[in-house]
Design a protein around this ligand. Structure first.
Ligand SMILES: Cc1cc2nc3c(=O)[nH]c(=O)nc-3n(C[C@H](O)[C@H](O)[C@H](O)COP(=O)(O)OP(=O)(O)OC[C@H]3O[C@@H](n4cnc5c(N)ncnc54)[C@H](O)[C@@H]3O)c2cc1C
Length: 285
């Protein structure tokens, strides 16, 4: 690690933005579970770390006026996973969060850090895409919101502007109560990124139900398989095999040390079919 690294720990968002504008080569720091390993290997060399963990407004989970849920950027994943409103209304997010590393890691790592790092394998991103979450961001130019569907622009890249800070991630009220599963293959349990991740969800108690299929580690960014969702909405679970084919078509996987492109694409098909079958089993009295 560089010995001349500057570390700052502001207590307000305005101060954090001011510090970053003074040091354009700086980086925001949350849990540091992505950033610090990247600095150790020389992939990142920020001139200053602006630690956001002391900023009270970023540490809250609160209901929004229209019945959604805002999760502050500095809330550790462990608190997201165990929060009663997350578990009751957005159980699939709690399930995805619980697959990130191991419990000690999740006491430091955050949701905002997971999406800002923009790994194609980001496990929380599939639930945030499925729930049409919205990212709150602020810069010296003011506040804005970005839909998750437009947040990722490539591996390690996001739609954030230089110096722009994520304040929170908002789950809309309209995405409450999806049932389903996050089916994830990795080389070992805990402490390994997903080789393939497939979320299959269905809105509970709605007729006709809405389906959600979101995929990790099989494209340059986490993605939704929208054509597969629409087919299931039109034809129901009997179209699972065709929906699986459409989800496979939506992928653009690579071959790396975790698996080949062919294996990843095949597994997307298998896991979509399995996810739909699991929904059916749960739905039976
Ligand atoms: C052992 C180990 C196992 C892991 N396993 C998994 C896994 O199974 N699944 C998975 O998805 N990930 C995994 N990860 C990756 C990592 O833990 C997650 O991506 C984590 O959620 C990152 O959050 P953080 O708070 O630590 O982010 P940080 O490392 O603090 O930040 C990540 C990036 O976001 C930027 N940033 C931070 N805050 C903001 C902000 N408010 N606004 C704008 N930019 C910001 C930082 O500058 C940095 O570029 C693992 C990491 C380790 C070390």
């Amino acid at each position: 690690m560089p010995s001349d690294l500057d570390y700052r720990s502001p207590s307000t968002v305005d101060h954090a933005l001011a510090l970053m504008s003074e040091a354009p080569g700086g980086a925001f720091l949350l849990g540091g579970t992505d950033l610090l390993p990247q600095m150790r290997t020389g992939r990142r060399a920020p001139s200053v770390l602006v630690d956001l963990k002391r900023i009270a407004e970023l540490r809250e989970i609160r209901e929004t006026a229209d019945g959604g849920l805002s999760i502050g950027a500095a809330v550790p994943l462990a608190d997201v996973e165990t929060h009663p409103l997350v578990r009751a209304r957005y159980a699939l997010l709690a399930e995805c969060v619980s697959t990130v590393g191991a419990w000690p890691l999740r006491q430091r790592a955050t949701l905002a850090g997971n999406i800002c790092n923009a790994s194609p394998a980001a496990d929380t991103a599939v639930a945030l895409l499925a729930f049409d979450a919205v990212v709150g961001a602020v810069s010296s130019e003011g506040r804005r919101t970005l839909p998750m569907s437009r947040f990722f622009t490539g591996p390690g890249r996001t739609a954030l502007r230089p110096g722009e800070l994520v304040t929170d991630v908002v789950l809309p009220a309209t995405s409450r109560g999806f049932a389903g599963s996050y089916l994830r293959l990795s080389r070992r349990k805990g402490m390994d990124l997903a080789t393939v991740g497939v979320l299959v969800g269905r809105s509970d108690g709605e007729l006709p139900p809405r389906y959600r299929i979101a995929l990790a580690a099989v494209a340059p960014t986490p993605i939704r398989a929208v054509a597969a969702e629409e087919l299931l909405e039109a034809r129901g679970p009997k179209a699972a095999a065709e929906a699986a084919e459409l989800a496979m078509d939506a992928c653009a996987p690579i071959t790396d040390l975790r698996g080949s492109a062919e294996y990843r694409r095949e597994m997307v098909g298998v896991l979509v079919r399995r996810g739909v079958a699991m929904l059916e089993r749960k739905a039976r009295p």
